[in-house]
Ligand binder design. Structure first.
Ligand code: AHG
Ligand code: MN
Ligand code: MN
Length: 335
């Protein structure tokens, strides 16, 4: 028999490394993994059953809500509520955070912020999508209803973060602040199996990921950085490559493995860019930092930003440290 380590086994082993761990965070992670398997099943069926397309609603950010956005949202929230370790969830798809009112849930130590389906505009065209999650210890008193303060903590306070990529294979990658580990779903046994232990990202890379369709709305520093990447390729047999899937999870996952930078900057008229701090940028920043990379808004570390509201946006420069620092240098020059 080939020896595999399942995610559940890995989580249990890790927990025993921490003598005072109660197992609640472990159970929470396992609930998230279970929900992601259900979402994976639905994503895989997309095209065969009636889950493609839009619901006809728009969310709080004015974006079209896809059927799979709603399905993923419901699945993760239901799984977290059933689990009992979590007292509330904030989601891209809900204007306000959802507070779990059952007495058992109010005893939950954790809150979760989630982007249930990232890159959902890609779903109808069979391109990779993802899920992003962020876990915090609550700051409100145990036994009471959770409060907005629980959700507006700085990224450095995260107890855990992760993403699931529904790609050519399905992977779950997570950190609890002790490195990053990746698990690939083996559909034949329905288990996430450790495939990428102790993931680290190269200090430098040659891939830049940015929607250059917005080029003329970018700040001068970002335009300069893109020109810098292109110019390095002149006459080189190993130039920089532009790669942009349009699913943050998939773009950052590729860059994590191979080295690269992902940029969603401010745009003319949109000084905070597009991506959301609490459930997109903070969790991805935690993972990338744990893998040895860097994440900033061009000037400040993402994890140090104090959120003022749940759906707050921020520009982001994330990936291989050398590349992020170079971009930052050019932004600084054009301040
Ligand atoms: P979501 O589907 O959760 O709203 O996120 C979409 C995000 C992100 O995944 C992606 O990188 C970015 O939007 C793409 O935006 P552009 O189409 O503006 O490039
Ligand atoms: Mn998203
Ligand atoms: Mn989403």
């Amino acid at each position: 028999m080939i020896s595999v380590q399942t995610l559940d086994e890995f989580i249990i082993r890790r927990q025993t490394d921490f003598p005072y761990a109660t197992g609640e965070l472990s159970r929470l992670l396992r609930n998230i993994a279970l929900a992601s398997k259900i979402v994976n099943r639905e994503v895989n069926k997309a095209g065969l059953v009636d889950v493609l397309g839009i619901t006809g609603y728009t969310n709080v950010q004015g974006e079209e809500v896809k059927k799979l956005d709603l399905l993923a949202n419901k699945t993760f929230i239901a799984s977290l509520e059933l689990g009992g370790q979590c007292c509330g969830v904030a989601s891209e798809e809900n204007e306000e955070f959802v507070a779990f009112e059952a007495e058992s849930s109010k005893q939950g130590k954790y809150i979760v912020a989630i982007d249930p389906l990232d890159g959902s505009s890609n779903i109808d065209v069979n391109v990779s999508v993802g899920t992003i999650f962020s876990i915090y210890r609550r700051v409100s008193p145990l036994g009471e209803t959770c409060t907005s303060e629980d959700f507006l903590q700085k990224g450095i306070e995260q107890a855990g973060a992760g993403y699931v990529i529904y790609g050519s294979s399905t992977m779950l990658v997570y950190t609890t602040g002790h490195g990053v580990n990746g698990f690939t779903l083996d559909p034949s046994i329905g288990e996430f199996c450790l495939s990428h232990p102790d993931m680290t990202t190269p200090k430098d890379g040659k891939t830049y990921s940015v929607n250059t369709g917005n080029f003329y709305n970018f700040p001068k520093g970002v335009k300069d950085y893109i020109s810098y990447c292109k110019e390095l390729g002149k006459g080189s047999d190993s130039p920089y490559s532009a790669r942009y899937i349009g699913s943050m999870v998939a773009d950052i996952h590729r860059n994590l493995l191979t080295g690269g930078i992902y940029i969603y900057p401010s745009l003319d008229g949109y000084p905070d860019g597009k991506l959301r701090l609490v459930y997109e940028c903070n969790p991805m920043a935690f993972i990338i930092e744990q893998a040895g990379g860097t994440a900033t808004d061009g000037f400040r570390r993402i994890l140090d930003i104090a959120p003022q509201e749940l759906h707050q946006r921020t520009p982001i420069f994330i990936g291989s440290s050398e590349m992020v620092l170079k971009a930052q240098e050019l932004l600084d020059k054009n301040k």
